[in-house]
Design a protein around this ligand. Structure first.
Ligand SMILES: Nc1nc2c(ncn2[C@@H]2O[C@H](COP(=O)(O)OP(=O)(O)OP(=O)(O)O)[C@@H](O)[C@H]2O)c(=O)[nH]1
Length: 408
């Protein structure tokens, strides 16, 4: 009954129906209805067996793509993604200093971000690894004064009252020397107001953002000459995309949460709302990585034939596919393991590690602990079992050990 009432009250917007109608030839499995047609009562039945059939009949093209990939929108019809870094500033974080880059792009009006962790740039000595710098930020902008360059963040080293060194379009590259340098660790992360700002325990987004920054900042030991090793600061970036709620926006995500409270999971709730399981795209992220130079050839470094690319911190196959399609070389995929599982791994029961304890509260703020809740178990379970996330689930994982208890 809940679903029936919900559908009557809300879902069938003209936009949703029209979009579904446009894609009708491709929707081989699902009949599509126009706004003028009555929705057959059978499609609004709400028992668990026919629920899926009901909602897939009113889905948008993107929803259809979740079920029938052949109905997916062709990305080649979109203009090639271009980005420009508008401003950059040093942000001290619990994991070390970061440079926050704010980007504009030609695909949407959102201000996507790159959190670059590369603290070697603060030192005056030779840099072992190439600096991760934005080419569009360092480029010469028209009729710009030195002070304007400094204010928008186009400087090298650290900006102080005494030291103000504007960057040049080739800043820092000449300071690099030969070494076997691991590729930068990169996370492509989507905005989650609830998980990252107010501590929602429905998802692991806050923890993942914090864990990504922690892992990227870990020092790296490299070989600089035969028999000689050296430790350098960790380097990499979090590309922070303003794609709240897997692209459906905060309002729709909150509605999806109410559907989840009524028994749906993170995927089926999206579909019930007429959205795709995941409406994100990653072309802008790839363009930002290109701007940061992590995809360019390493020809500035002598005596090395290293492949250029990234280590990508994700369990999401869509991100891996999207990066590869955009020409980003993924040299390694690094699994994003929930912190509570890391604690569980040893003996099959919670064992807080030295790095972070399991808390009842989620890791909402950067620098805190592991997220832990029944809602979160359900969310991760749906991502692994229904959305194809590539995550080795330990036998001790809570959603495997015992059925979830409903809350409230
Ligand atoms: N629609 C919807 N979005 C959610 C829900 N829970 C979290 N999100 C959003 O899901 C997105 C999580 O994205 P990412 O942090 O990039 O992670 P991911 O796609 O799960 O993949 P990983 O890289 O493996 O972590 C954010 O945009 C969140 O706002 C939910 O229940 N419904």
């Amino acid at each position: 009954m809940l679903t029936q009432r919900y559908l009557k009250a809300h879902t069938l917007t003209a936009r949703t129906i029209t979009k579904a109608r446009c894609s009708a030839p491709k929707l081989s499995l699902h009949r599509v209805f126009t706004t003028r047609e009555a929705i057959p009562r059978s499609l609004l039945e709400t028992n668990a067996k026919n629920e899926r059939r009901a909602y897939t009949s009113i889905i948008s093209p993107r929803s259809a793509a979740a079920i029938d990939p052949s109905s997916q929108h062709d990305p080649t019809t979109q203009p090639e993604a271009h980005v420009k870094c508008i401003a950059r500033a040093r942000i001290p974080t619990p994991h070390g200093p970061a440079f926050l880059h704010l980007y504009h792009n030609n695909r949407d009006a959102k201000e996507h971000l790159a959190i670059v962790m590369d603290s070697a740039q603060f030192s005056d000595g030779p840099m072992i690894a190439p600096a991760i710098r934005s080419a569009s930020l360092d480029s010469a902008w028209e009729e710009e004064t030195t002070m304007e360059r400094l204010i928008r963040g186009a400087y090298t080293g650290r900006l102080t009252e005494e030291v103000r060194t504007p960057s040049t379009p080739q800043s820092d590259v000449s300071r690099t020397i030969a070494a076997v340098i691991p590729p930068p660790l990169v996370r492509i992360h989507s905005e989650c107001y609830t998980g990252e700002t107010i501590g929602s325990m429905r998802c692991d987004c806050g923890e993942q953002l914090d864990e990504a920054m922690r892992q990227i900042a870990q020092p790296i030991t490299i070989s600089t000459a035969p028999g000689v090793s050296q430790t350098i600061p960790g380097r990499g970036a979090v590309i922070y995309l303003r794609q709240e709620g897997r692209g459906i926006g905060l309002a729709a995500k909150l509605r999806a949460y109410n559907l989840q409270d009524m028994g749906h999971d993170t995927l089926s709730a999206n579909l019930m709302l007429g959205h795709g399981a995941d409406e994100r795209s990653y072309e802008v992220a790839a363009a930002i990585l290109g701007d940061l130079g992590v995809t360019e050839p390493l020809n500035s470094i002598a005596n090395t034939s290293q492949a250029r690319g990234i280590r990508l911190l994700t369990n999401n196959p869509a991100k891996v596919q999207a990066m590869s399609a955009a020409g980003i070389n993924i040299l390694e995929r690094v699994e994003m393991v929930p912190r509570s599982w890391q604690c569980d791994h040893d003996h099959g029961h919670p064992k807080p590690s030295a790095l972070h304890g399991v808390r009842d509260a989620a890791a909402t703020m950067i620098g805190t602990g592991a997220a832990h809740s029944a809602d979160l178990d359900k969310y991760i379970k749906a991502k692994v079992e229904k959305m194809g996330h590539m995550l080795s689930v330990p036998p001790s994982a809570k959603f495997i050990r015992k059925p979830l208890q409903r809350q409230g």
